[in-house]
Design a protein around this ligand. Structure first.
Ligand code: NAD
Length: 377
């Protein structure tokens, strides 16, 4: 069976869905791998390195997809690429179907069997193929590195003969995978770090990294016991806003990572809070792709407000650390395929009763099979 690895079409996308390391392991499963020329350049992988690992380098998407039974990609293929994918092909990618209502029907119409890895259940068995976690972890690190670069002072306390430079105060909003990595990174750089989340479980996690916990402890947050936060009530949001206003004003750097699955990101840092920050302060909005946690964020742009606050609103944070992000992403995809690989048939076997497949399979045999995306009866 032939597996195609495509060059990503999304503007500014540096990542690629395979590496020479995963190509070797894919070949060991008994597939042949076709890589579109230049697919790895953004991730610092040359065509020669892919070829040395045993991949066939082909000129374009059409050549990669000709005869392919499996396609690995980072983002959902666009219409032009979809038209080149044969019916019955397995596509494994981060599809983003929740934010693109036309995608699931289009994949079903093209009879592509599509797995959206962003839909994987957050269960222990799925952890090694969990692209949301692997990419969020790197994004959290990158957010702090870019904040440090943009911040005109420095992170650690510096006591010199010429005087003392105070440490940066860093506040991390949302302590999931990205937020906890941001806290750890900011601590390593020497900042004074605090964090907040609505899930009570996050409180101990924030503290265990040596950061101060700041949060509204009430009945409503006590109910946020699942892996994801729910949408909070207006009353909770009012209490949270008062606490945030006081906290944001005291900090030099605010890293926003709060997301609510399948919804627009909650706006937590208001325009008034931004106006209350000191000149030279930095806001990094990792939620920019989902609308942003800061009211002043312009998704896709870096802006400086009238009072001198710089807001980094890049949309695709994992791509900004593309070499590491590709390495982990490619391993996630390899693990997915290996888990559902029929060694005798040398073909994938997506067992419909498996919780991972139930969670991540979007379309199959020309139908939308995922319950969340089925058209209303
Ligand atoms: P996420 O990206 O959906 O959200 C990021 C964080 O923002 C979450 O911690 C969420 O609680 C928080 N948040 C949402 N609304 C907020 C608000 N109004 N104010 C403050 N914070 C808010 O989450 P994630 O990083 O993907 O992971 C969430 C949880 O799932 C974590 O506890 C993580 O450890 C867990 N997880 C488990 C597994 C597994 O068991 N396989 C895998 C991955 C993640």
């Amino acid at each position: 069976m032939r597996l195609a690895v495509l060059k990503e079409r999304r503007a500014g996308e540096a990542r690629v869905a395979a590496t020479p390391d995963t190509v070797k392991k894919l070949l060991a499963l008994g597939v042949t791998v076709a890589v579109e020329a230049g697919a790895g350049i953004g991730a610092a992988i040359s065509d020669e390195e892919f070829a040395a690992a045993g991949a066939e380098i082909v000129a374009d998407a059409a050549a990669a997809l000709a005869g392919a039974g499996i396609v690995f990609a980072v983002n959902a293929p666009d219409e032009a690429v979809r038209a080149l994918i044969a019916p019955g092909t397995l596509l494994v990618a981060t599809l983003g179907a929740a934010s693109d209502p036309a995608l699931a029907p289009a994949l079903a119409a093209a009879k592509i069997d599509a797995v959206g890895l962003e839909l994987l259940p957050r269960i222990t068995r799925a952890q090694s193929m969990d692209v949301l976690s692997s990419q969020a972890n790197l994004a959290g690190y990158r957010a702090v590195i870019e904040a440090a670069d943009a911040f005109p002072r420095g992170f650690p306390l510096m006591m010199t003969a010429a005087g003392t430079v105070p440490p940066a105060r860093v506040f991390v909003i949302g302590a999931g995978v990205a937020g906890l990595q941001a806290i750890a990174t900011a601590r390593r750089l020497g900042g004074i770090v605090s964090g907040t989340d609505v899930r009570p479980a996050a409180k101990e996690e924030i503290k265990s990294l040596g950061a101060a916990y700041i949060g509204v402890d009430d009945e409503e947050s006590a109910k946020q016991t699942g892996p994801y936060a729910g949408q909070m009530s207006d009353e909770f949001r009012k209490k949270q806003a008062e606490l945030m206003a006081a906290t944001v004003a005291k900090n030099d750097i605010v890293i926003c990572t709060a997301l609510v699955q399948g919804r627009k990101a909650p706006v937590i840092v208001t325009s008034e809070m931004v106006a209350g920050m000191k000149p030279g302060s930095i806001i990094v909005d990792l939620a920019a792709e989902a609308g942003g946690n800061c009211a002043e964020t312009v998704p896709g742009e870096v802006i400086t407000t009238a009072n001198g606050v710089t807001i980094l609103g890049h949309r695709n944070w994992p791509s900004r650390i593309g070499v590491a992000a590709s390495a982990l992403y490619a391993r996630n995809l390899l693990t997915f395929l290996t888990t559902f690989w029929d060694k005798d048939a040398k073909a994938p076997n997506l067992k419909p009763e498996d919780d991972i497949i139930k969670g991540a399979l979007l379309t199959k045999g020309g139908e939308i099979v995922h319950p969340n995306f089925k058209p209303a009866a």
